[in-house]
Design a protein. Structure first.
Ligand SMILES: Nc1nc2c(c(=O)[nH]1)N[C@H]1C(S)=C(S)[C@@H](COP(=O)(O)OP(=O)(O)OC[C@H]3O[C@@H](n4cnc5c(=O)[nH]c(N)nc54)[C@H](O)[C@@H]3O)O[C@H]1N2
Ligand SMILES: Nc1nc2c(c(=O)[nH]1)N[C@H]1C(S)=C(S)[C@@H](COP(=O)(O)OP(=O)(O)OC[C@H]3O[C@@H](n4cnc5c(=O)[nH]c(N)nc54)[C@H](O)[C@@H]3O)O[C@H]1N2
Ligand code: SF4
Ligand code: SF4
Ligand code: SF4
Ligand code: SF4
Ligand code: SF4
Ligand SMILES: [Mo]
Lengths: 246, 932, 293
């Protein structure tokens, strides 16, 4: 059903901490691993061992260089998967109803057996979060690991997306962004979580935590490094006095 | 509106098998989900001490490695010329008999003619044992070209280094300094640690010419010019000494700072050999381990009319020199004086203003009891960025000196050892190289020389080892010098060998300096057409470049198809508060339909040992002790009661010491593939001196008796070599090395320029490990190679603009050793004198089952072609080796280059002819899914 | 956006076909008999040919019927309905002139409206995509309609209407290019907003997430050189508008001139449509550093 629900019971999504993401791509391959084996068709790769290999991935990690007005240039690693937008244009454009947003948790999914592989939803997504499977000809996208997060065959602590479970730096958080008291909502509030491309009007559920300020100048005027001696004898004398006081 | 019905609880797998990852040397615990007997999905094991459930990009892509088209399938015998890749498949019996027919005569007549080097081996205590029983002196793994500077400097200075020797106190550090690390072996723990620091808001500082990865998330980036960290660190020491921001009590009690330096530069001892200090309480000279002694850092003592000062006096004298002031060094380091002041301020602030106390009562080796452990929340970590330089050993020592001066080693918030460390050089063995026909070596090959008497040289000073390890050229080459083996063997220097036996090292490609030269050496012939290296046996699991250069290939299994053991005898996976070890076991059986199949290399070594009837493997009555490696893991005893695995010994409930238990492997499997045993609370810190820890370690079997020691700020082993170079003692270095040794073997850390002054090569050229790729072997992985399928040369802004580069351009990069032509890309967050690229992405055509046109073979490249194992001739007429004079560590990062824009060639240069693939090429389509 | 031949053919041919059918439906000209057979036949062939070619780029053409289900939200679905309705209406309508020499004008007018509705729906498939600012403007449907009508008029031999419509189409095209030139900037999406890092300094893509290819790059990060595009624009305008006008002028209303003009117009439309896709930048290109400044 490509009409968007007017509201969803929960707004499940990811919060990605750009201050902590080291750009390791662990979330990329764990996502590929889980989702190739689970929801829908496997994520295929074209010419996997040759030139211009092109495979379907649901999550990819970019990196950007930011040059501030003063101070050295910075590098920010930037994972990106579907943001499970509240106003998801990818859903409304879909002619078949294969794309839909779940009313219970807001997850945007593709029902592959209805998908004709027209690609329109991928055009509609400003974030590049949808990729056509090169072998099966159906649209693939982040499922928010819908087959993990409620999966009763998994231990409770593992009912989180594969990418979240694997992230070594703990830069990915999962939860209900519709609940202002959830851990993720609080994190977003504390750290000034932001939307990507707010002007596109998609109202993404996923939020990004900005990197903390970097390379702040250190206050050197403090007395901390006040010299006590210029010579070894001077230093030893000073230490001796100090130790004697103990 | 109706939504499609969706099963949100699909079955995940039929079964989970828990083993250890080997997509790199970090050795995380993995849950292998099986469907229909096949690997369906791999995730981290939450209970595992190393990774606590997480996996890196490589680990999660393991399924593509286990099913790689580049897997070898059968033993191979060379039929074409070496380097062509033309082989015929043979049976295992043929392969083993062939190997035996080569090796048995060597053992009887000249065991040194077998050179056995095991690359990135995780079973060195076993492969070393095998070589020892064979009787060749020529054994080592890859440490010599990896990071022996780090390991050795740490062990000589404080009984352990970073990485597997110890770890930052991630939970309590307030300030974390990272020197020269892109990824490291502790891949996941470092990421987890940085994540935890960040979650607490602790400050992270990255010292690195390149700002990516860990250095990108660092709150402060110190974009140092390569090779100058030693200078920066000594300048920090200068500032801290000058302001007395040091932990004097710590220095007096736990280090040799209060020891007195005798006229010969060695420390004063009493007749019993105990180090002497002056007791502040009564001014008397006493043995350092006297109960209650308060060693005086400023003591003096007259010997033969000469005043002897303390080590502390010597180091204060050296580092208070204005030559180390920030204003004097900043420019050379590519930094500003303010940055250096800022670093020192933050270190002092965290160490002393944020200090805290962890309660606990503990007794030291003197018998003195202490209340609490003083926290110094400054943690540091470093790796090849400081060690892979020719001044790396002393730079690593300088860093340890800094850690120790502020009292941050083995304390809460600082750096903590992981069992079996701390373990000083004195507690390690000495090198063994004395060999005899048909007899085993007396002890392990590798060790820690304490003076010239431990060098592995004969009476003429000629090295006994083919790699010339433990010779005057590199006295402390504690990991051997694998990077010198091929060139020495081809040159017959110091002697000819017969068989080069390699395991798990892609020497014909990314692991060698002077790659094309190495290929030439591997194929070099005598006038009669025979090969200069007569025979080469190689054990690899995949169709690497090196495979093409061997005469006999012993194909190994993948990591999910074999037994392995990550042993306390080796390089274990312990944590600062626990000892731990682990196994691998065949969660799937090797399956190469239509071919002779593959075997675990360690089991093949057992088989060879049995066929060669090696002592240690064959009982007096001729029966074999071990059927295979699994059998060895369970039943081998290094000392009575101590074997490769610590867990489930004896009756199954004994840990550390205990009789072999036939159920042991099964018990490991049931326990998730690993075993952990915790260090008691009162033994957690101050381990080198803490009696509770020492006793715990003895009980576990790490030591036979408590072995407390002092941190060696003044290194006596170094001084002994320096003393010899000054003309003292029996064993004297050759004249051409004398001056170099006098300078290099300085008992206190110092810094010197490494590279030849820029003379026309103004830029430094570096490589970094990509987090999602493991050296050469990730390129056969369909998922990983999409992330890193080619590598540009990253160029800093000023150089980019000066050369008029634009996106898509190519450049020729020239070093004194050679030239390459490669694609370039711009990077602003980079030291202005540095260019760099990702390591080992370039591949040889025909290797790794890659198809024609694969980007790795056309746009990927190696810097290795530019790096010579020898420097060009210098003023003294010598061609010095491109390595650290102390340890022989390969100085990968001393590379200097010039750059020029050129028209884009069809492919990166140099290009080599394609190898013939013994396994064909990978498929054109992939859609991997197992089970229903 | 990747100028896929299937989509270019689809929009151009179906645009022409529905344009022709619209004129026929309105009785301009009021054909009958064989003339009607061929006239309507040509219209159906073009329209259906276009629609069929659009299925070539589908991963699962066999499921194409499912595309009718989402008319409440999806312009593609609406287009499907409109196309079927238009073809049905025009088909029914065509029975009269072809077989009975009769015209049911009401049905024809309805059919014509449905034809235009179809073209409008097609245009809205592109127009609605906010992520492609160049398309996301009122000029897009205007352009599609004008071109469809102009082409239809040419094929229908309505020289005067054609001339007028060609001029309008040319003007709309010029306007669309004019607006398109700044549409991306106007939309306000930059690498800064895409990453949320804009306020920290200038943001530049350092390394792509993969050195390999992917669907997004192939489909949406097509980059055409500015000079090349300029050249093609001139060619397109000449073939699309100028040459047909000239031919019409020379031909003085002769059918051959109309058809020759239609041929030129078709070539121009293909070129125009290629540019329509190739010049359209998707905001996702920002993430890959593929935005041509
Ligand atoms: N320019 C430059 N060069 C460098 C470095 C650098 O920083 N810059 N770093 C150097 C360092 S530190 C190192 S350690 C070396 C690493 O270089 P190498 O030691 O050559 O390491 P790898 O390329 O990882 O792999 C070695 C071989 O192990 C094989 N292998 C993988 N798994 C198995 C297995 O399960 N069994 C067996 N038998 N074989 C297996 C692979 O197929 C490969 O052929 O590179 C060195 N080279
Ligand atoms: N993913 C992955 N993990 C690996 C490996 C791999 O191939 N892939 N390889 C493993 C192996 S064998 C090893 S040895 C370890 C090595 O682990 P690392 O030591 O992290 O190895 P490198 O990637 O060589 O990183 C060296 C770092 O030092 C910096 N550097 C170079 N010169 C200087 C200098 O003079 N000063 C400072 N401060 N920094 C400098 C470089 O910019 C780079 O960031 O990684 C291991 N882990
Ligand atoms: S796994 Fe975590 S740290 Fe690694 S790239 Fe993904 S988000 Fe970043
Ligand atoms: S990120 Fe893209 S695919 Fe995901 S919901 Fe938003 S628009 Fe749709
Ligand atoms: S590709 Fe599939 S999911 Fe996307 S719009 Fe077309 S039919 Fe819907
Ligand atoms: S939530 Fe699941 S599907 Fe989405 S990016 Fe993470 S692992 Fe992939
Ligand atoms: S760091 Fe990654 S590759 Fe290495 S052992 Fe751990 S999971 Fe495996
Ligand atoms: Mo290494």
């Amino acid at each position: 059903m490509t009409l968007l629900p007017t509201s969803t019971e929960r707004k499940m999504g990811l919060v990605i901490d750009l201050d902590t993401c080291v750009g390791c791509h662990a979330c990329v391959t764990s996502c590929k691993g889980w989702n190739t084996e689970n929801y829908g068709v496997p994520l295929a790769d074209e010419n996997p061992y040759g030139a211009e290999t092109s495979g379907a991935f649901l999550n990819r990690v970019h990196s950007y260089e930011v040059t501030p007005e003063t101070g050295p240039a910075q590098l920010v690693h930037f994972p990106k998967s579907c943001l499970h937008c509240e106003d998801a244009p990818c859903v409304t454009v879909c002619p078949t109803g294969a794309s839909y947003k779940r009313t219970e948790d807001g997850i945007v999914l593709v029902n592959e057996s209805d998908c004709i592989g027209c690609g329109l939803c991928a055009w509609a997504c400003p974030y590049g979060a949808r990729e056509m499977d090169p072998a099966a000809g159906v649209m693939k996208k982040c499922t928010l690991c819908v087959d993990r997060i409620y999966n009763e065959n998994l231990p409770e602590e593992d009912r989180v997306p594969a990418c979240v479970r694997t992230c070594p730096a703990g830069a990915r958080h999962f939860g209900d962004l519709g609940d202002p008291d959830s851990d993720v909502s609080r994190l977003v509030a504390e750290r000034g979580g932001m939307d990507l491309m707010p002007e596109q009007g998609t109202k993404p559920v996923n939020k990004y935590l900005p990197p903390r300020p970097k390379d702040a100048p250190i206050d050197l005027l403090g007395p901390l490094l006040e010299p006590v001696a210029e010579t070894p004898t001077g230093l030893l004398g000073w230490l001796d006095t100090q130790l004697s006081k103990l | 509106m109706s939504q499609p019905a969706l099963d949100t609880s699909p079955p995940v797998s039929d079964e989970i098998r828990k083993t250890t990852c080997y997509m790199c040397a970090c050795r995380c615990g993995i849950n292998v989900h099986m469907k229909d007997g096949k690997v369906a999905y791999i995730e981290g094991n939450r209970d595992h001490p190393v990774n606590r459930g997480v996996l890196c990009a490589k680990g999660a892509a393991g399924i593509m490695q286990v099913n790689s088209p580049a897997r070898l399938r059968a033993p191979l015998k060379r039929v074409g010329p070496r380097g062509s890749g033309e082989f015929e498949e043979i049976t295992w019996d043929e392969a083993l008999e062939l190997a035996v027919s080569w090796l048995a005569p060597l053992r009887d007549a000249s065991p040194e003619k077998l050179a056995f080097f095991t690359g990135r081996d995780q079973s060195q205590s076993f492969t070393g044992f095998w070589a020892q029983m064979f009787g060749t002196p020529n054994y080592a793994a890859h440490g010599g070209f990896c990071s022996v500077n780090m390991a050795t400097a740490g062990i000589y200075t404080m009984g352990g280094a970073f990485w597997e020797f110890g770890q930052p106190d991630w939970e309590r550090a307030e300030l974390f300094l990272l020197f020269g690390v892109a990824e490291d072996h502790d891949s996941n723990p470092i990421k987890m640690g940085i994540g935890r620091l960040k979650a607490r808001g602790a400050k992270v500082i990255g010292v690195n010419p390149i700002r990516t990865g860990y250095n990108a998330v660092a709150d402060e980036w110190v974009g140092i010019t390569p090779g100058t960290d030693g200078l920066l660190i000594l300048s920090l020491i200068h500032l801290l000494l000058k302001s007395a921001k040091i932990d004097a009590t710590y220095l007096a009690r736990w280090t040799n700072a209060p020891c007195l330096v005798g006229p010969d530069g060695l420390l004063l001892r009493n007749e019993a050999g105990a180090l002497l200090v002056r007791d502040r309480r009564d001014g008397a000279l006493k043995a350092l381990d006297t109960q209650g002694v308060e060693p005086d850092l400023g003591a003096t003592h007259e010997v033969d009319g000469k005043t002897c000062h303390t080590v502390f006096h010597a180091l204060a004298t050296r580092y208070l020199d204005p030559a180390y002031a920030p204003e004097a060094v900043a420019e050379r380091c590519g930094l500003t004086p303010a940055q250096i002041h800022g670093l020192a301020t933050q270190i002092a602030d965290a160490a002393f203003n944020k200090s805290f106390n962890v309660p606990g009562t503990w007794t030291d080796f003197r018998g003195d009891t202490h209340q609490g452990f003083t926290g110094r929340p400054v943690a540091m970590h470093a790796m090849r960025g400081i060690s892979a330089h020719a001044n790396g050993f002393q730079t690593c020592r300088a860093l340890h000196l800094l850690q120790i001066l502020i009292g941050s080693v083995e304390v809460p918030g600082g750096f903590r050892f992981k069992p079996p460390y701390p373990k000083p050089a004195t507690a390690h063995p000495r090198p063994n190289a004395e060999y005899a026909c048909g007899a085993p070596l007396a002890g392990p090959h590798l060790g820690f020389p304490l003076g010239p008497e431990h060098l592995a040289i004969d009476e003429n000073g000629t090295p006994k080892r083919i790699d010339k390890a433990f010779s005057w050229e590199h006295p402390l080459s504690a990991h051997g010098l694998m990077h010198m083996v091929i060139s020495n063997a081809a040159a017959g220097d110091p002697y000819q060998i017969d068989t080069l036996f390699l395991y798990m090292a892609n020497m014909a490609w990314n692991s060698s300096m002077n790659t094309s030269g190495t290929m030439d050496q591997l194929t070099a012939t005598n006038p009669d057409g025979s090969y200069k290296i007569p025979r080469i046996i190689y054990a690899d699991a995949y169709s690497s470049e090196m495979v093409a250069y061997a005469d006999l290939i012993l194909p190994d299994t993948t990591y999910l198809e074999r037994h392995d053991c990550i042993s306390l005898l080796d390089r274990p996976i312990c944590e600062a508060d626990a000892a731990a070890d682990a196994i691998r076991w065949p969660v799937i059986e090797p399956d190469r339909p239509g071919h002779a199949g593959v075997r675990g290399f360690q089991s093949v070594l057992v088989d060879l040992a049995n066929r060669l009837k090696l002592p240690g493997f064959i009982a007096d009555d001729g029966t074999a002790f071990y059927a295979d490696y699994a059998d060895y893991m369970v039943n081998h005893q290094r000392k009575p009661g101590i074997g490769p695995l610590m867990g489930f010994r004896g009756n199954g409930a004994e840990t550390g010491r205990g009789a072999p238990n036939p159920e042991q492997i099964q018990r490991y499997i049931e326990a998730g593939g690993f075993q952990v045993t915790h260090i008691p609370d009162d033994a957690q810190y101050m381990k080198p001196w803490n009696a509770a820890y020492q006793n715990w370690a003895v009980a576990l079997g790490l030591y036979d008796a408590p072995q407390p020691y002092l941190f060696e700020l003044w290194s006596e082993p170094l001084r002994r070599f320096q003393h010899a170079a000054e003309g003292h003692g029996e064993r004297q270095p050759p004249e051409h090395l004398r001056d170099r040794l006098k300078r290099a073997m300085d008992p206190l850390p110092y810094w010197e320029e490494t590279a030849i002054a820029d003379n026309g090569y103004p830029l430094h050229a570096l490589t970094q490990r990509p987090m999602a790729m493991y050296h050469s072997w990730g390129s056969q992985n369909a998922w990983l190679r999409q992330i890193h399928g080619q590598n540009p040369l990253f160029v800093p802004t000023a150089v980019w603009e000066a050369n008029g580069f634009a996106e898509g351009d190519w450049a020729r990069l020239t070093s004194p050793h050679g030239a390459i032509t490669v694609p370039v890309a711009h990077m602003a967050a980079l030291n202005p004198h540095t260019v760099w690229t990702w390591n080992a992405i370039g591949k040889r055509k025909g290797a790794w089952a890659l198809r024609d046109g694969a980007s790795e073979t056309e746009k990927g490249f190696l810097l290795n072609h530019l790096i010579g194992e020898l420097h060009p001739e210098r003023d003294d007429g010598m061609r010095w080796s491109n390595s650290d004079p102390i340890t022989g560590q390969a100085a990968w990062f001393d590379l200097r280059v010039q750059i020029e824009k050129v028209a884009a060639p069809r492919e990166a240069q140099p290009a080599f002819p394609p190898l013939q693939s013994p396994v064909g090429q990978g498929p054109e389509h992939l859609a991997w899914k197992v089970g229903a | 956006m990747h100028p896929a031949p299937s989509v270019i053919l689809f929009t151009v041919l179906s645009g022409l076909g529905f344009g022709l059918l619209a004129f026929l439906g309105l009785g301009l000209p009021a054909l009958t008999g064989w003339a009607a057979f061929f006239g309507y036949g040509a219209g159906f062939a073009l329209a259906i040919g276009g629609l069929v070619s659009s299925t070539f780029h589908l991963g699962h053409p066999e499921r194409a019927l499912k595309a009718f289900t989402q008319w409440r939200s999806s312009w593609l679905s609406r287009e499907a309905w409109a196309a079927v309705a238009a073809l049905l209406a025009m088909g029914l309508h065509a029975l009269g002139p072809v077989f009975f020499a009769e015209r049911f004008q009401l049905l024809g007018t309805l059919g014509a409206a449905l034809c235009l509705l179809t073209v409008y729906a097609t245009s809205m498939i592109y127009t609605q995509i906010r992520a492609v600012p160049r398309w996301n403007q009122p000029a897009t449907p205007a352009l599609f309609l004008a071109l469809s009508l102009a082409g239809g008029a040419l094929l229908a031999g309505q020289a005067v209407a054609a001339a007028l419509l060609l001029c309008i189409a040319g003007a709309v095209q010029l306007y669309a290019w004019h607006v398109g030139a700044t549409a991306f900037t106007q939309a306000g999406t930059t690498l800064g907003t895409a990453t949320g890092l804009g306020h920290r300094g200038t943001v530049r893509s350092f390394e792509p997430p993969h050195t390999g290819e992917n669907y997004l790059l192939k489909e949406m990060a097509y980059v055409v050189g500015r000079k090349h595009a300029q050249k093609l624009r001139v060619i397109a305008l000449i073939l699309l508008v100028a040459l047909p006008l000239l031919l019409l002028l020379i031909g003085q209303g002769a059918l051959w001139a109309s058809w020759l003009a239609a041929l030129s117009h078709l070539a121009g439309a293909l070129c125009q449509r290629w540019l329509f896709f190739a010049e359209a930048e998707h905001v996702v290109g920002l993430y890959y550093g593929r935005r041509v400044a």
